[in-house]
Design a protein around this ligand. Sequence first.
Ligand code: PGA
Length: 254
Amino acid sequence: MKKTLIAGNWKMYKTPTESINFVNQLIKNLKKFEDRDVLICVPFTSLWPVSQIIKDSPLKLGAQNVFFENEGAFTGEISPLMLKDIGVEYVICGHSERRNIFGETDEIINKKVKKVAEMGMKPILCVGEKLKEREEGETFEVVENQIRKCLDGFKSIENLVIAYEPVWAIGTGKTALPQQAEEVHIFIREIIAEIYNKEVSENLTILYGGSVKPENIDQLMKEKNIDGVLVGGACLKIDSFIRIINYRTNESSL
Ligand code: PGA
C-alpha cells in the first residue's frame, strides 16, 4: 500500500539552533501513523544536527538541493555523497526557485535526479507551469516537457517522487483548486505510463505543492491522484504543520 507523503520544505529559514528547537517540538507533537510519512527538507547547515535528533522518531530527512558530482573542485557545492553520509533520504530537485532564481535547466536537473537515485536516495522532482503559461493554455505541454527532459535516461523510477507545483501558487496564497491539481496529476501519470509502464505510474507518489495550508489540506487530500503535499510557508510553524500532517479525508480518520 502506497503511503501518503507529507513533506515540509523549509527553504532558507531557520538557523541550526532554531532547527533543533523546532524539531524537538515537532517530535513531541507528532502522532504515529501507519498510512503516512512525514519528511522535513531543511537547509544544509541544519541537516547534521537534525539528523541526530530524529534518529528515534518517525521523521524523515530531506535536502533541498544537491550537486551532481560526488567530489571535486566545485566551490560552494554540496555532494550527494555528503548528504548520504548524514542520513538524508530525499532530495528536492529542480524546485521552481532553483530554476527561476538560480538558472537551473532541465538538463542540470536531469543529472541531479540521476545522481541522487544512483546514491540510493530519493529525488523529489518538481515540475509546474508559470502563470502566463497556464493562462495561455500551455500547462500540460510545459509539465510534459519538464518531465521528459528531467527523466531522460532515468531508470530507478521506484525511488522517484514527483511534485507538481504550479509556480503561480508558490508562496502567493493562491492554491490550485483540488480539481485543477488532480487533472495535472492524472496527466503526469499518463506521461509516466508512456515513458515507463502503467504499474510504475500507478505506484508513483505525486505530491501537490503551492500554498498548501491547514485550510485546504483536507480538500486536496481527498483527490485520488494526490499522494501527498510539499509544503513551504505553512510548515515553518508547529501548529500549522501538525494540522497539515493530521489531515483528514473523512470525519472518522483521526
Ligand atoms: P508554499 O511553497 O507552500 O510556501 O507555497 C511550496 C514550495 O515552494 O514547495
